[in-house]
Design a protein around this ligand. Structure first.
Ligand code: NAD
Length: 256
């Protein structure tokens, strides 16, 4: 079909039960990819996979915890068993943790946030790239960092900010290590996006919609689809000369 950016490709998206990951999986399927949706929330990914199938797409729901290396290896294996290959990955699963000033931030909170957001992305890269190298498949990998991976935030989320800066660093390192093997690795850095994660942050009193909107020169929150569009482009051959970048999708937040 004309205008399909991912025709013939197989994509794996983590954190695909909700928010940005769910929107990305649906948009990738719309662009012709066969998609594996992975998440700790199996019910959520099963529902999203069913919605994709109802629209004529091919989707697999996989229960996976990105903190667990064996589980991540299995997630990649199941995707390849089902669809025969793996071309694109969006390592998107993440949590924001509880908010508190750095000196009151607990060790448990720090470890939880770093384990999902940074170790989780590293484990996904490790197993996805291993497959691509073994099979001689070129590919494109997108890691979901954050505007908080490019600048600090005064919202009591030091672990989150550190983890997302880590994702940007990891993206640059991986991009350089595998560029000659035809594997591209980029990050997207969303500003404030209307998803369940953000709704929870607002409900818990960490911030307000007005505060977040005013931090973004565009003056509003993003819709998940606006971030998914960037992930699709970075996965597609249309971005074939782009690697190692941290693409801000943030309504101008980080250029002020
Ligand atoms: P969300 O809470 O709607 O979705 C996150 C998904 O990740 C959930 O489905 C959750 O079950 C899954 N997940 C959590 N821990 C997991 C684990 N250990 N293994 C597998 N899956 C796990 O949140 P979202 O806003 O869509 O966030 C998606 C990504 O975008 C995150 O990495 C987040 O940090 C990043 N991000 C979000 C915003 C925003 O404003 N919403 C801004 C910048 C970056």
């Amino acid at each position: 079909m004309d205008g399909q950016l991912l025709a013939g490709k197989v994509a794996l998206i983590t954190g695909a039960a909700s928010g940005i990951g769910a929107s990305t999986a649906k948009l990738m399927a719309h662009h012709g990819a066969r998609v594996a949706l992975a998440d700790v929330d199996l019910k959520g990914v099963a529902e999203n996979a069913a919605a994709i199938a109802e629209n004529g797409g091919q989707a697999l729901a996989v229960e996976a915890d990105v903190r667990d290396g064996q589980c991540v290896a299995e997630m990649v294996k199941r995707t390849v068993e089902r669809f025969g290959r793996l071309d694109c990955c969006v390592n998107n699963a993440g949590i924001d943790g509880s908010a508190s000033p750095l000196h009151e931030y607990t060790e448990e909170n720090w470890r939880d946030v770093l384990e999902v957001n940074l170790t989780g992305v590293w484990l996904c890269l490790k197993h996805e790239i291993s497959y691509m190298l073994e099979q001689g498949v070129t590919g494109s990998i997108v890691n979901t960092a954050s505007a908080a991976g490019l600048v600090g935030l005064p919202l009591g989320v030091s672990g989150y900010v550190a983890s997302k800066h880590g994702v940007v660093g990891l993206t640059r390192a991986a991009a350089l290590e595998y560029v000659r093997q035809g594997i591209r690795v980029n990050a997207i850095c969303p500003g404030a996006v209307r998803t369940p994660m953000l709704d929870d942050a607002i409900t818990s009193g960490m911030t307000t919609e007005a505060e977040l909107s005013s931090m973004q020169p565009i003056g509003r929150l993003a819709a998940p689809r606006e971030v998914a569009e960037a992930a699709v482009w970075l996965c597609a051959d249309a971005s074939s000369f782009v690697t190692g970048q941290a693409l801000a999708v943030d309504g101008g937040w980080t250029v002020q």
